[in-house]
Write a protein that binds this ligand. Structure first.
Ligand SMILES: [Zn+2]
Length: 88
């Protein structure tokens, strides 16, 4: 009887250890994913706003104003929006 109990306890400890290692690994992976997910959005928020002309993407200014080429109002541009505009 006692031997059986010890065996059961040992197997329980082993299973618990494996489960704990799996849980730790999952937690580590989850943390890595969440940090990488939040990094790009934080970058976009912190990135300095660039204003560009809808007609002339090469125009880039740190402040809103008017395009020196066509005189249109400069629009705030992110890298993603810029690629969309050039495609259209
Ligand atoms: Zn322009």
């Amino acid at each position: 009887m006692k031997r059986n109990m010890r065996r059961a306890l040992k197997s329980l400890v082993v299973v618990a250890g494996i489960a704990a290692s799996f849980w730790l690994g999952a937690a580590m992976i989850g943390c890595g994913r969440s940090s990488t997910d939040t990094a790009p959005s934080a970058r976009e928020e912190k990135a300095p706003q660039v204003y560009t002309c809808a007609m002339h993407p090469q125009i880039r200014q740190a402040k809103p104003g008017k395009c020196p080429i066509c005189g249109m109002d400069l629009v705030p541009a992110t890298q993603k929006a810029e690629t969309n505009r050039t495609e259209r």
